[in-house]
Design a protein around this ligand. Structure first.
Ligand code: TYM
Length: 332
């Protein structure tokens, strides 16, 4: 059976980008047709300036939202990264296989470290080594597929390179995984700046639809989305990024084709209105389930405890095998 691993970082409230780019497929497709693990990758949240209490809160909220989005603990494993030591154990070994050049070439490292320096801050070493930890997340479970949005594809490519290099040097140990992406909305853009990704860690509230936004807030954000000069509805990322983003969002909600959809609209206003209503309807069941789960925090704790136990059992033999292959003496 195909094995799937993916994760989400508790660095901000989850967004429509997270949902359309990743979470929705995890619940609708991946958990039904594969042996799937989904992880709140909290160690990754420590790579930038963070408030400990907020990371803890967002980790719990993220796990609750994963369940609210339809992940079923009877079908898949949901857990928190720091509850399973194997991630950190394997990450170090992969740092010994990676080069500092390939880490420095990662777009996310270049963008985030530049932003941090601009603010006059210092860059944490863990931001540079982040992709080794992400590779460890995936390789520890022998995952064949990694369902992610477009922004994570480069990290998955690096994971493939590290797995292949390790296998070549030390003997076959790891499955070489591949990234999978949704057909539409693999890169949902910020509504106020449609040339940038809708990112949960960004500060631009009005450009980001959060999964827990009230219906009227969702409507307001979408109705005020930045559109492009011109008034005809055309699907073209280069010349019409704002309209194209709305078409992608609406098409993803409806399961239709964004380019075909563009022919059905004569004005930006009508497109915005339909997109807003489609997103409100998409989020409604998730928000209802989230509310119910919040009333039962013991249930979420139990799911995470059982998930970590199952994940540990899967990762330990794989990481032990990597330790042996690279030359570490097994403990007696
Ligand atoms: P993160 O937490 O930024 O995002 C979680 C998932 O959501 C997708 N995504 C988007 N998709 C479309 N449009 C957007 N605007 C958008 N924003 C986010 C991301 O592509 C991702 O699939 N490094 C990862 C977390 C991670 C991970 C892993 C993922 C750590 N270890 C192992 C897969 C496997 C990250 O920061 O995702």
């Amino acid at each position: 059976m195909t094995r799937v691993f993916s994760g989400i970082k508790p660095t901000g409230h989850l967004t429509l980008g997270n949902y359309l780019g990743a979470m929705r497929r995890w619940a609708d497709v991946d958990q039904h047709r594969s042996e799937a693990l989904f992880c709140i990758v909290d160690l990754h949240a420590l790579t930038v300036d963070h408030d400990p209490a907020r990371v803890r809160r967002l980790s719990r909220q993220g796990a609750t939202l994963l369940l609210a989005s339809g992940l079923d603990p009877d079908l898949c494993t949901v857990f928190v990264q720091s509850h399973v030591d194997e991630h950190a154990r394997l990450s170090y070994v992969l740092e010994c296989v990676a080069t500092d050049g390939e880490m420095r070439r990662m777009i996310q490292y270049r963008e985030k470290s530049a932003r941090e320096r601009e603010r006059g801050g210092s860059v944490r070493l863990s931001l540079l080594t982040y992709p080794a930890l992400m590779a460890a997340d995936i390789l520890a479970y022998g995952a064949d597929e990694v369902p992610v949005g477009d922004d994570q594809r480069q990290h998955v490519e690096l994971t493939r390179d590290l797995a292949a290099r390790f296998n070549q040097r030390y003997g076959h140990t790891f499955v070489v995984p591949r990234a999978t992406r949704p057909q539409v909305a693999a890169r949902v853009m910020n509504l106020q700046d449609p040339t940038s990704k809708m990112g949960k860690s960004d500060d631009s509230g009005p450009g980001i639809v959060y999964l827990l936004d009230e219906p009227n807030v969702v409507r307001k954000k979408i109705m005020r989305a930045m559109t492009d000069s011109g008034s005809d509805v055309v699907y073209d990322r280069e010349t019409r990024p704002g309209v194209t983003n709305l078409l992608e969002i609406l098409a993803a909600c409806e399961g239709s084709d964004p380019e075909k959809l563009s022919g059905a609209y004569e004005s930006y206003g009508a497109l915005k209105k339909d997109t807003a209503e489609a997103v409100v309807e998409l989020l409604r069941p998730v928000q209802e389930r989230h509310k119910a789960l919040c009333a039962d925090p013991g249930y979420v704790d139990g799911v995470l405890r059982a998930g970590a136990e199952r994940a540990r059992g899967m990762a330990r033999p794989q990481v032990d095998a990597a330790y042996r292959a690279i030359g570490l003496l097994p403990a007696g």
